[in-house]
Design a protein around this ligand. Structure first.
Ligand SMILES: [Fe+2]
Length: 494
């Protein structure tokens, strides 16, 4: 089956010489979709491995665990597959005393368990059409998108707004739904934040029904603040900005026609360049009436890098897509819209919103295509200097070609290319114990080599990424491309 067409654009980079990963399930060979093949092909095993082989030396002060979430379909899709659809799988690597161990596990969501019992897919994917008669909703909550650590557990979150699934730090077993001490009855989006100074858990969610957005905060003391936010219609905001006193809500002019959705069951998000982007600045414990909306240039953005306050200004830096117009290539057939949509083409950009005057200033910091930003966790909401991103080449949507370190004060960057046919993962910052400088720490990332399908975990010193990895740890199986990652310091692992 190796010679089956995979998708003309992706043959070379994602499946060199037509060789499929041998650990991928056989059913992928029947489906012509690049996000089930090569770098993106699911694996079928859940393993644990101790004392991993290392090239170089794992720093002895690197103590903690790197976890990465991502899609890994357990069954052949029921209808047209989108990269966002796969069942959530977490890959974890633990470092202590210069040694490393690895484990990967599926996130056992309710839908995953239903499909495991049925031994086949039950839910359609995000490309629809949806089936509203299905139990648990028309889409499968896979929890496959983000990970954050909160109160001693790892939370797996889903981009469409789902139930937060709590995973055990050590075993990665799914322990159940995190409902914030019984307060959270609804869903939350993938990108919540935990304020490092207060422990406040700040979150939002969105839906197709009015008022279309909810915003919430859950405090260390157990206060649960949850309010409706009115938007002009159904939107697809992906992230939220957080400062010590405010949160920044997103309303981008990329939205579907509600009428078309009701008629066809398909979401077709379109860019409306005549409609402004709106950012809503809400006090941490504010409600809908407190939101100050600022109109900005039309765009889309998946991920915020960071936000901070400066006098009357609220400043937000993010990975902005200036022209989210879909340009599907008819030669890509039925998956043309998906392929076009995954071409992020985002660059670092800053918005300054003045709460006293209503003034907006905005502009690009650079024009290099980067996404999946990480910062030192201690500087969330503060005026920080460094960010760590992934460069994604235009011709291979969603494949991370280089690790990039930005100086946000100058817009300058340096980069480390993983290598021809070699791709990384989101790379969180791991502070060194007692570090004084913001960038005194390590960056860790899973790296997969499509030439032989080997995977490693590479460790970089954040102050010298252009020196290359200081340690390369062999992972005893392939790690497919994925979404978001996090670092949990050893002291918090318990
Ligand atoms: Fe995301």
């Amino acid at each position: 089956m190796n010679e089956l067409p995979i998708t003309r654009r992706h043959d070379k980079t994602l499946s060199p010489a037509g060789k499929r990963p041998t650990d991928a399930p056989p059913w992928i060979d029947e489906i012509d979709n690049p996000y089930l093949h090569g770098l993106f092909a699911p694996i079928t095993s859940e393993i644990s491995a101790e004392k991993l082989e290392v090239q170089g030396e794992i720093p002895r002060d690197l103590y903690g665990a790197y976890y990465r979430n991502g899609p890994n379909s357990a069954h052949a899709p029921k209808n047209r597959y989108h990269w966002f659809d796969g069942d959530g799988m977490v890959h974890g690597i633990w470092f202590e005393n210069g040694e490393a161990r690895y484990r990967n596990r599926y996130i056992r969501t309710y839908c995953f368990e239903d499909e495991r019992r049925a031994q086949e897919s039950i839910w359609p994917g995000v490309l629809g059409p949806f089936d509203f008669s299905l139990p648990r909703g028309p889409l499968k909550d896979t929890a496959n998108t983000d990970l954050l650590h909160y109160r001693g557990r790892l939370l797996a979150l889903w981009y469409e707004s789902g139930q937060p699934y709590a995973l055990n730090f050590e075993t990665l077993e799914t322990e159940g739904i995190e409902d914030l001490a019984g307060n959270l009855t609804g869903r939350i989006s993938a990108h919540s934040r935990v304020d490092p100074a207060t422990g406040d858990f700040v979150f939002f969610s969105y839906s197709d029904q009015p008022p279309y957005m909810q915003y919430g905060v859950y405090t260390e003391a157990g206060r649960f603040h949850h309010v409706d936010i009115g938007l002009p219609g159904p939107r697809r905001p992906h992230d939220i900005g957080v400062t010590p006193n405010y949160s920044i809500l997103h309303d981008f002019p990329v939205f579907m026609s509600k009428e078309l959705f009701e008629k066809t069951g398909k979401r077709v998000p379109l860019f409306h360049p005549e409609v402004p982007t709106r950012y809503g600045v809400i006090p941490r414990f504010g409600d809908d009436a407190d939101v100050r909306w600022f109109e900005c240039e039309p765009c889309y953005m998946l991920h915020v890098v960071n936000c901070y306050e400066e006098g009357d200004w609220v400043v937000m830096t993010g990975c902005r897509t200036s022209d989210p117009t879909l340009r599907p290539d008819p030669a890509d057939g039925k998956i043309a819209a998906m392929l076009a949509g995954l071409k992020l083409q985002a660059n670092l950009y800053q918005w300054r919103l003045n709460l006293a005057t209503g003034e907006v200033r905005e502009g690009a910091l650079d024009d290099f295509n980067t996404e999946f930003p990480m910062i030192a966790p201690s500087v969330l909401g503060l005026d920080n200097r460094y960010a760590y991103l992934q460069h994604i080449p235009e011709e291979i949507p969603a494949a991370f070609h280089s690790l990039v370190k930005y100086d946000l004060k100058t817009g300058a960057h340096e980069r480390w290319d993983y290598g021809e046919g070699v791709f990384g993962s989101e790379a969180p910052f791991c502070p060194r114990a007692g570090a004084k400088a913001e960038d005194d720490g390590y960056l860790v990332t899973f790296v997969t080599d499509t030439r032989d399908w080997s995977s490693t975990c590479q460790i970089f010193h954040a102050q010298a990424i252009t020196d290359g990895p200081i340690a390369t740890v062999r992972i005893p199986q392939r790690v497919p491309a994925g979404f978001h990652a996090t670092w949990v310091p050893g002291e918090e692992l318990g």
